[in-house]
Design a protein around this ligand. Structure first.
Ligand SMILES: [Zn+2]
Length: 85
């Protein structure tokens, strides 16, 4: 039992060095902006942010920041609005 757990831990450490194995299918975050805190979601292929700007433009500095932060972990469709810039 214990030796098989040790094997899993070793495998996990190897996996952790290979971020290409992971694609985020969803994400929720509390974003501490300069003026206020906002809640951000990426679910079912769509972004949402509680800030006013997002309501008019379907993107905002908070979403764009997360797209930059998680560029290698997000699926291509989650980066579309960022890449159009
Ligand atoms: Zn926002």
């Amino acid at each position: 039992m214990r030796s098989s757990l040790i094997g899993k831990i070793e495998k996990a450490r190897r996996y952790a060095k290979e971020p290409g194995r992971v694609t985020l299918s969803g994400l929720t975050a509390d974003f501490h902006g300069e003026n206020a805190d906002h809640k951000i979601r990426y679910t079912d292929g769509r972004w949402h942010c509680t800030c006013d700007f997002f309501g008019h433009w379907d993107t905002c500095s908070h979403v764009m920041a997360l797209q930059e932060m998680f560029r290698t972990e997000l699926p291509a469709e989650a980066l579309e609005s960022f890449l159009e810039e």
